[in-house]
Design a protein around this ligand. Structure first.
Ligand SMILES: [Zn+2]
Length: 213
């Protein structure tokens, strides 16, 4: 069976982007349940929900559906993504790439002469998580961000331009940067993590791998 692309006027689904996989889940319409196997961003049409089965016969324009996330999966992505902010705060070097996954994630740094130790990083990371700080979210203008370019931490994922105000994510005393990703509300929600490996990716590049403890 070939699925369809479905677009809604609003959605809770997060599309593939910024190193994070697209959400999966279900769409309920009356007594029908249709699986959503991936979510992508379409520059013209908006958020594209990819279904496992055809929906043409069921769904008319203007219909109301209920969307349900595969929450266990999404929550893992939120935990991992938020942990990436912590890792970025601990390692004082430009971030050059990253990938969020269900079981493991990675973040790449241009470290220069900085030495990294996975045992020390694991300890520091878990101390931040245990602090249990609440995250805050606020919107700023592009002009403000242009005036403070140092706020953009991730060279590979710069905030979109021309789309209006930009969302800032604040982890009090730890991190403050523009980010449109998915986050937990409170650091304690992440649970213990382990820096499992630090890989050499060239003379100055290090790939830091994270797994759930
Ligand atoms: Zn984020």
């Amino acid at each position: 069976m070939i699925g369809c692309d479905v677009y809604f006027d609003q959605t809770i689904f997060y599309p593939l982007g910024g190193g994070q996989p697209g959400d999966t889940g279900w769409m309920r319409l009356g007594d029908q349940t249709i699986e959503i196997t991936d979510t992508r961003k379409d520059l013209d049409l908006g958020i594209r929900h990819i279904t496992a089965a055809p929906v043409d016969a069921l769904l008319q324009v203007g219909a109301t559906v209920t969307l349900e996330l595969d929450w266990a999966r999404r929550h893992r992505h939120m935990q991992m993504h938020t942990a990436m902010h912590l890792l970025g705060a601990l390692i004082d070097a430009p971030v050059t790439g990253g990938q969020v996954g269900l079981a493991k994630s990675r973040l790449d740094f241009d470290v220069g002469d900085l030495k990294l130790d996975k045992g020390v990083l694991t300890e520091q990371l878990n101390a931040l998580i245990a602090s249990g700080a609440d995250l805050g979210f606020e919107w700023v203008s592009e002009a403000l961000l242009d005036a403070q370019p140092e706020l953009v931490r991730t060279m590979s994922v710069a905030p979109p331009r021309g789309a209006g105000d930009i969302r800032m994510v604040r982890i009090p005393g730890i991190d403050y940067q523009p980010c449109g990703g998915t986050h937990v509300h409170c650091l304690g929600e992440i649970g213990p993590l382990i820096v499992s490996k630090i890989e050499n990716k060239g003379r100055q590049n290090r790939r830091v791998h994270l797994v759930f403890a």
